[in-house]
Design a binder for this molecule. Structure first.
Ligand SMILES: Nc1ncnc2c1ncn2[C@@H]1O[C@H](COP(=O)(O)OP(=O)(O)O)[C@@H](O)[C@H]1O
Ligand SMILES: CC(=O)OP(=O)(O)O
Ligand SMILES: [Mg+2]
Length: 417
């Protein structure tokens, strides 16, 4: 029986795993995810063949490693899942890691690379910590399986110097790696490839403005198939607001917020050096601070339940509109399409309509019926532009970070054998 490849996407509040057959083209064997680790009880979503279900998890899962172990066990013990009955059936584990510093490519994990990645943990403690804890766990508990890490930041290594450099003391900036990195790159490369194919254009001639908007939200300007700017920065906090993140604010706000802000947060461990300010801006801001909910589907409604919900919606539209205007100019108006992706981008017709209405001056227009319908389950890219529109296409892309990790691992494996 061919071995499988396991792709892992660990977030601060969720862990998703997918098993694929190690063959070309790959076939999904099973998909499992735990969400709500930080807001118990956690929920399990499991899909294997036609079997699909969702359940509340009774066990206590305090960390992403607990969730990962639970998911593995759940898959290995499923009598219908004979293709992955134990670790012996796994050839590679591909881990999505948000911050890869200066790494341009995927990295195979060994003592040296793991040490280098540890050095990056402070730059994205909220994201990298959980992913690397799972990498470490795999190294100890599944020592025979090769782990490869794929970085969200790698796609943005093409961002020009004047865009990625912060105007601060450059010696300090270089010594501490303080620059714009940008994230969601695994998703952007999947979207770029899918959209270029949909538009029947070579990737290296494709110009797009892509939004990956979910609980974490960012936007990217792609020129000739390369990232030339993105809204996230040194960390995933910069740019657009999100479920619990403030997005860009005046940095001085930190010093006026509370006098506790600069101290280590009570949630900080000896390995996660998070200040109260980082904790507030990353975990206690965004939709949660404005409305009490982190669920944008309760905010993006025709009749918002409160003024605060309406304000949260309007803030999001305003910030995205600002980036679209700026990126349109950066791309010299030579734009093939504007693409919506991520949980909100793929599911909220209301957000798409409100935003495109505000960008009409760029020639963007949508077909309301196509927009309301959104993409079908198996439809990766859907065109929702108004038929008569001569402007750039408006598209929805159902992104898939897991499959992208798999494809890269497959590519690495093929090029080595
Ligand atoms: N119909 C909808 N309308 C608006 N927002 C939605 C809808 N469905 C899901 N969402 C939002 O999508 C978010 C999840 O997006 P996703 O990209 O999956 O998140 P993550 O950043 O955790 O990977 C949810 O928090 C929810 O707010
Ligand atoms: C980079 C980032 O913000 O990731 P996520 O949206 O999964 O939190
Ligand atoms: Mg995500």
């Amino acid at each position: 029986m061919p071995k499988s490849i396991l792709a892992v996407n660990a977030g601060s509040s969720s862990v998703k795993i997918t098993f694929y057959t190690f063959e070309n083209p790959p076939r999904t064997i099973a998909d499992a995810a735990i969400s709500g680790i930080t807001a118990p009880p956690p929920t399990l979503k499991y899909q294997q063949g036609d079997k699909k279900h969702k359940e509340e998890v009774k066990e206590k899962l305090n960390t992403p490693q607990d969730a990962f172990k639970y998911l593995l066990q759940r898959c290995f013990s499923d009598p219908d899942l004979s293709e992955v009955a134990s670790v012996d059936d796994v050839e590679y584990i591909c881990h999505r890691v948000v911050h890869g510093g200066d790494y341009r490519d995927a990295v195979e994990i060994n003592d040296e690379t793991l040490d280098r990645l540890k050095g990056l943990e402070d730059l994205a403690p909220l994201h990298n910590f959980s992913a690397l804890e799972i990498v470490r766990l795999c190294k100890v508990e599944l020592p025979k399986v090769k782990s490869i890490t794929f970085f969200d930041s790698a796609f943005h290594q093409t961002i020009p110097e004047a865009v990625r450099t912060y105007p601060i003391n450059q010696e300090i900036a270089k010594a501490n790696g303080l620059r714009k990195y940008g994230f969601h790159g695994i998703s952007y490369s999947f979207i770029l490839r899918s959209v270029a194919q949909f538009l029947n254009k070579p990737i290296e001639k494709t110009n797009l403005i892509v939004m990956h908007i979910g609980s974490g939200a960012s936007i990217c300007a792609i020129k000739d198939g390369k990232s030339v700017d993105t809204s996230m920065g040194l960390t995933p906090l910069a740019g657009l607001p999100g479920a619990t993140r403030s997005g860009s604010i005046d940095p001085s706000l930190v010093f006026h917020y509370t006098n506790e802000a600069g101290k280590l947060s009570p949630g900080s461990t000896s390995e996660m050096h998070i200040s109260t300010a980082e904790d507030i801006l990353n975990k206690q801001s965004g939709w949660k601070a404005l409305t009490g909910t982190t669920d944008f589907s309760l905010i993006a409604v025709e009749n918002p339940p409160s003024k605060a919900h309406k304000l949260a919606f309007d803030i999001f539209v305003d910030r995205i509109q600002g980036y679209i205007g700026s990126y349109y100019v950066k791309l010299n108006g030579e734009l093939d399409g504007v693409v919506f992706a991520g949980g909100i981008g793929e599911k909220s017709a209301l957000l798409r309509r409100a935003l495109i209405d505000k960008c009409q001056c760029l020639g963007l227009a949508i077909d309301n019926v196509a927009n309301d319908k959104g993409p079908e389950d198996e439809e990766t890219v859907k065109d929702i532009s108004k038929g008569s529109s001569k402007g750039p296409r408006v598209l929805v892309c159902q992104t898939n970070e897991q499959v992208c990790c798999f494809e890269m691992a497959y590519h690495c494996a093929c090029s080595r054998s």
